[in-house]
Design a binder for this molecule. Structure first.
Ligand SMILES: [Zn+2]
Length: 327
């Protein structure tokens, strides 16, 4: 068994470092002291929680830590718990391990990732847990997603409103509303590139947010809801939103998918210096040994590990192909 937080080799339970980052050092067991919501115990859940959000098929619960134990709560939640989602997508029982692995990989690519791990319910079913970043000392930090920032709702823009802007347009909103946009745009560029390379095809407007700092201005929040969605929905589109507001690159017209050239152009258009765009692309554009290591050590089943690695290689090939031809 590997540490269900960082995936490093460990005999059982969380390593010291993960106990610290997840639970401030409290000795929390990997097994939750209650059953999953599916084994006929919905009354228990109704008593102890308000569902904090239902987005699509994913139900999320709020937890707090008390005396080394995680409890369901409807106030003062410090963690979000995501059990196996219900629905008809493929390999849904692997979704918690997929999200956990993807968030661990995101750390390798310098994305800001809140502490997260895999937990087991008492009945053996798994769940993904992540520490909330939207509160300090139980005070809620002001936070808005980019649908709210763009003032887009289902009433104003129809039921597909979350998919109604391009990534370039989100970048323009970052420039408009975030004073330190030069730093934030690079973060954003990294996120978009990560989503493409790791086949997260559902990074829509609500999956990006800005939050208020102690000084009162806004920065991008850490990442959330990252997973290789292609495992669950193999025929979905490559990206939730178009990269550019208008038109595609010549390479896109020729290949029918995004390549190095598209991301280079995207980086330029949103105002990142050429040398920085190249540097960030270079960090992603080599097959990274630690990615394969993490896939291997993850809690995915063998079939999904194989798919995860295949999809990764597929995207790397797309990006490498153009590296060669654009030089
Ligand atoms: Zn660990």
């Amino acid at each position: 068994m590997n540490c269900p937080g960082c995936l490093k080799e460990k005999e059982s339970g969380f390593c010291k470092k993960c106990l610290k980052s997840l639970f401030d050092g409290q000795k929390v067991e990997q097994v939750l002291p209650f059953n999953s919501p599916y084994e006929g115990n919905s009354d228990f859940y109704l008593e102890h929680t308000k569902k904090i959000s239902i987005s699509g098929v994913q139900v999320k619960y709020s937890l707090r830590l008390k005396n080394n134990e995680l409890q369901l709560t409807h106030i003062g939640g410090q963690y979000i718990l995501k059990p196996i989602p219900a629905g008809t997508f493929k390999f849904l029982d692997q979704a918690p391990a997929n999200e956990h692995l993807t968030m661990q990989i995101a750390k390798q690519f310098k994305l800001e990732v809140p502490a997260n791990a895999l937990m087991d319910f008492k009945d053996g079913s798994t769940a993904y847990i992540v520490r909330r970043f939207d509160q300090i000392d139980s005070k809620k930090i002001l936070q808005e997603d980019f649908a709210q920032i763009a003032q887009m709702t289902s009433e104003t823009h129809g039921k597909n409103y979350k998919y109604d802007l391009s990534y370039e347009e989100i970048a323009n909103l970052i420039k408009k509303y975030i004073p330190t946009y030069k730093i934030e745009l690079e973060k954003f560029f990294r996120m978009i590139l990560f989503n493409y390379i790791f086949s997260n095809g559902d990074a829509h407007l609500k999956n990006f947010s800005a939050m208020q700092t102690a000084q009162g201005d806004y920065v991008l929040t850490p990442v959330y809801d990252l997973l290789c969605t292609r495992i669950h929905s193999p025929t979905e589109s490559d990206m939730a939103l178009d990269l550019l507001t208008e038109g595609y690159s010549q390479a896109y017209e020729a290949c029918g998918f995004y390549t190095y050239q598209d991301f280079f152009e995207f980086g330029q258009r949103i105002g990142i210096k050429n040398s920085r765009v190249k540097k960030i692309l270079a960090e992603f554009n080599t097959s990274n040994k630690s990615v394969y290591q993490l896939i291997e050590r993850s809690y995915l089943n063998e079939e999904c590990k194989k798919l995860y690695a295949e999809y990764y290689e597929d995207r790397l090939k797309r990006m490498n192909m153009n590296v060669v031809s654009s030089n």
